[in-house]
Design a protein around this ligand. Sequence first.
Ligand code: SF4
Ligand code: SF4
Length: 188
Amino acid sequence: MTEQKPGALDLLRGLGKGLATTARTLATPAHTRQYPHVEPDLPERSHGVIALLEENCTSCMLCARECPDWCIYIDSHKETLEPTTEGGRARQHNVLDRFDIDFSLCMYCGICIEVCPFDALFWAPDFAYAEGDIRNLLHDKPKLGTWMERVPESALPESAAPESAVPEAGAAGSTAPQAGAAVPEADE
Ligand code: SF4
Ligand code: SF4
């Protein structure tokens, strides 16, 4: 009998502790987020997806070359601009045909955004673009352009004022996904 007494006390103490924990938990508000019914309140400069400001892109290929996952695909061609003054020289410039990012490979390191010398890539906070088919995570330039609407104004350079920053969705001619995009020479 004398051996059972401490055991019974321990049991009561344990029961008391358990009830106290239950009572404390009941009084604590739950941190569960009811996503997708309730959108999370994210900081505006969250790193959710990469947006492309197409008019700033010169097809220099720097982002594609520096991407550790090789998941940026760029195609472009050269066009000649006629001289604007008499006796002037014709100039060549790159025209962007294709700019795709494969988000099934992207590891969101942000290197492409950091190295772009022309402020053409930005973080947008959108994150809800999961797909049932992994192949649908390859996004082209019209789609990347639509995410410019979500880039916070504070992240945009002066040259990309909000009204000029958003290219018309579907306005740019994207090319069909193709493997082994050619690497054009950067234009001056
Ligand atoms: S965030 Fe990193 S992995 Fe993703 S496209 Fe840019 S450089 Fe590549
Ligand atoms: S580094 Fe910038 S300007 Fe050059 S190809 Fe990439 S997005 Fe375009």
